[in-house]
Design a protein around this ligand. Structure first.
Ligand code: TYD
Ligand code: MG
Length: 452
């Protein structure tokens, strides 16, 4: 008999024995035993046709890549790497209620109108409910086929007869394969359903979009369990209190990872935000201490965002370090470099850092903007108005130029900024009307900007 195997429902890590805590992601009570897949005809036939191989050099070289389908929703098309690739598998993950069904219904309508036969399978809502939502979104007349179905076998049969070019499965956690003996949403069910659907898609030239809820409790498998089975992984994120939604690609076999698409949730569904910088900066008031505009790059596009810092005397023996939208470890590093290289201590001070608009930044180029926000908050002195800041800080306090310096500067100039602080080095090109300060180390930056 095969050895039992166990896996974590949060991150998909596999184990040979049960334990209370997953070593992979640190979650508690997420590990459960996998139910083995019952041997189907495919595994019995293993070897019957012998493995066939093809020489790399035999592959035709002048074959053009299959044409991608553009939905016409530019923000979505860009995140996909320039439209939908035929026979590709895409995972769209996100918190419940963030707007995944809304996004995909709109996408389905756009792809259907662009001439791609599209099937929307809902395992959560009845077809009438989906139709009602479509009407509210002004998409009632789009030629999308609807199905309310959770049985995988029935869905595959439907796909075989309907032969759509694109199928959307909302959500993968509601699907169940009848050859797997565990509840829908369990790791083995989600894996089996995702595997069946993606391999069907590859064989029949159908693109498939799997919707996956990010789950907090361990009973239901999260989207990470299927990340490795698909070509493209997109996460739909945003803050509940904000209307901005960001579609971020974290893996893409057909385009740049880290590309983002920005949407706004309105009463009539999601609307594209074609100029995210303007949106992220729209809530910015008059220049104040602790506020700095960072010129970042998200995927292939420059995006300006406001960083806000607050530094206040602490009553705690271990002062607070709170970060929203950036990496806490990186903040600790910047604080340490400021103290060690510039002699500016933050001991006894609470530090809060926030990226405005619910944006998440992962670029090291934000270092200098963070340092500027921290210093500005600590000294209670605002940076000169209409200034953008970017650059990486090394442990020695030296500043490294950021990639795509010129693009960042151009975006800043386009949005009416008049000066920029960026490390020396790096190609700046000619950006008219922008005054440049080019410090080479953090000490120089502190001296020039804050006169310390
Ligand atoms: P939904 O797409 O159902 O989220 P998910 O599929 O990720 O669980 O979106 C749910 C939220 O979106 C809900 O709180 C209401 C809001 N919403 C709007 O604000 N405007 C709209 O036009 C629609 C359809 C939904
Ligand atoms: Mg939904």
């Amino acid at each position: 008999m095969a050895k039992p195997s166990f896996s974590c429902s949060a991150c998909g890590a596999s184990y040979t024995k049960w334990s209370g805590r997953c070593e992979g992601c640190g979650a508690w009570n997420t590990i459960s035993q996998d139910v083995p897949l019952s041997a189907g005809p495919a595994s019995k036939a293993l070897g019957a046709r012998r493995g066939r191989t093809i020489a790399l050099s035999d592959l035709a070289t002048d074959e053009a890549p299959p044409p991608r389908t553009l939905s016409g929703l530019d923000e979505l098309d860009r995140v996909l790497g320039g439209g939908l690739v035929p026979a590709s598998a895409i995972l769209v993950g996100g918190d419940p209620g963030i707007g995944k069904s809304t996004l995909l219904l709109q996408a389905a309508a756009h792809f259907a109108r662009a001439g791609l036969k599209t099937l929307y399978v809902s395992g959560e809502e009845a077809s009438a409910q989906v139709r009602m939502r479509a009407r509210r979104l002004g998409l009632g007349d789009a030629p999308v086929q609807l199905a309310a179905e959770t049985n995988l076998r029935d869905i595959l049969t439907t796909l075989e007869t309907e032969k759509p070019g694109l199928v959307i499965i909302d959500s993968i956690q509601t699907m169940w394969a009848d050859n797997v003996e565990s509840a829908p949403g369990s790791v083995s069910q989600v894996r089996a359903a995702a595997h069946e659907l993606t391999s069907f898609a590859k064989r029949h030239g159908v693109s498939v979009v799997l919707v996956g809820h990010v789950t907090k409790e361990g009973q239901i498998a999260g989207p990470r369990v299927v990340e490795h089975m698909v070509d493209t992984v997109l996460y739909f994120e945003g803050e509940r209190g904000h209307q901005f939604r960001i579609l971020r690609s974290v893996k893409n076999r057909f385009g740049a990872a880290d590309e983002i698409g920005v949407f706004e949730m309105t009463g009539r569904g999601l609307e594209q935000v074609l100029n995210p910088s303007a949106l992220f900066l729209s809530e910015r008031g008059t220049p104040s201490a602790g506020s700095v505009v960072f010129a970042g790059i998200e995927g292939t596009r420059p995006v300006l965002v406001e960083l806000q810092a607050l530094v206040a005397p602490s009553s705690l023996s271990q002062p607070r370090r709170t970060v929203v939208g950036w990496d806490g470890g990186r903040l600790a590093m910047i604080l340490a470099v400021l103290e060690a290289r510039c002699g500016i201590p933050f001991a006894g001070l609470d530090v809060y850092l926030n990226v405005a608009g619910g944006m998440k930044i992962s670029e090291p180029a934000a270092d200098l903007a963070v340092a500027a926000a921290l210093l500005s908050a600590r000294e209670d002195s605002a940076l000169p108005a209409e200034t953008v800041v970017f650059g990486e800080i090394s442990l020695s306090g030296a500043l490294r130029p950021a990639a795509q310096t010129e693009n960042r500067l151009k975006e800043a100039q386009k949005l009416g900024f008049t000066s920029a602080i960026a490390p020396a080095g790096g190609k700046t090109g000619t950006v008219a009307g922008l005054q440049l300060a080019r410090p080479s180390d953090l000490q120089g930056f502190v001296g020039e900007t804050f006169g310390a």
